[in-house]
Design a protein around this ligand. Structure first.
Ligand code: HEC
Length: 252
């Protein structure tokens, strides 16, 4: 007989219960994992800018660093602010922001240290930083330059591999679902992969340019959205959805 059955991809209804149980276990553990991932992000990034909660500013500080976060600038704007006139303060802060050049130190900064700071910061009091030499002052002038390239490479490759597995499994499970418009299913499956690329690219770009902090947040939101849609639809259809009677739940 010259007939063949067109391959039809099984929907959740057609799957053996062993496979549905396996899929369900994967969904549950992935769901718990996602919650912990969110807590981890919050723990690591919230409050970097001094305000509670997560904001674009926190993300920007994480990747770019905070150039005003050196000990000396903190001290000059805080407890030491009364020790010197405003223009000398500005000179020191500009020197820190410009990268602590040694020649400039000897010309402009050292005289200020001598007249305004060294009577207390001579090294005789072990509880406060010594400010006698270039190296002394440099050590309190280190600015936070954000996450290092090495860390970024490590975290990028872990996320690229890890997230591909997570969304690979989730997408495989979700591909058994029924959608009236089958191309919507493909779109929903592609979304998180796009978000992964956007997310990781924007970590690197945030290091160079602040507005990409918004892209980091947007791609995180897109990832969470596609995760939730695939998770909920898969779980629901696997155990509760019946193809409406009289309707053929194709195309698949
Ligand atoms: C009258 C004494 C005195 C003078 C003058 C003084 N300091 Fe201090 N400084 C202190 C004391 C005391 C502390 C520690 C207590 C504190 O942080 O308030 C301190 C702390 C600091 C710290 C450490 C802050 C931290 O993060 O731990 C820095 C940096 C600093 N001073 C810089 C300066 C500079 C720069 C000048 C000169 C413009 C200066 N100080 C002048 C007494 C002084």
């Amino acid at each position: 007989m010259n007939s063949y059955t067109k391959f039809s991809y099984p929907q959740f209804d057609d799957l053996p219960s062993s496979l549905k149980v396996l899929y369900t276990c994967i969904l549950i553990i992935l769901g718990i994992g996602y919650i912990f991932a969110m807590i981890q992000i919050y723990e690591v990034h919230a409050g970097r800018d001094g305000k509670p909660g997560i904001s674009v500013k926190d993300i920007v500080i994480a990747y770019r660093g905070d150039k005003s976060a050196s000990r000396i600038e903190g001290a000059l704007k805080g407890p030491m602010s009364g020790m010197l006139p405003a223009e000398e303060k500005a000179t020191i802060i500009a020197w820190v922001h410009d990268g602590e050049n040694e020649d400039v130190f000897h010309k402009q900064i050292e005289p200020i240290m001598k007249t305004r700071c060294q009577m207390c910061h001579s090294g005789s009091n072990p509880h406060i930083p010594t400010l006698m030499s270039y190296d002394d002052v440099k050590s309190v002038a280190q600015v936070d330059t954000g996450v290092s390239i090495g860390t970024l490479v490590r975290v990028s490759h872990i996320h690229l591999f890890g997230l591909t597995f997570i969304f690979g499994f989730l997408g495989l499970i979700f591909s058994h679902s029924y959608m009236r418009r089958p191309h919507m299913k493909s779109v929903i499956i592609v979304l998180p992969f796009l978000a992964i690329l956007m997310d990781i690219t924007s970590w690197w770009l945030t290091k160079v340019s602040e507005p990409f902090g918004y892209v980091v947040i947007a791609s995180g939101a897109l990832m969470a959205f596609s995760f939730t849609v695939q998770w909920v639809v898969s779980f629901y259809q696997m155990w509760f959805f019946k193809c409406p009677s009289g309707e053929v739940c194709l195309p698949r």
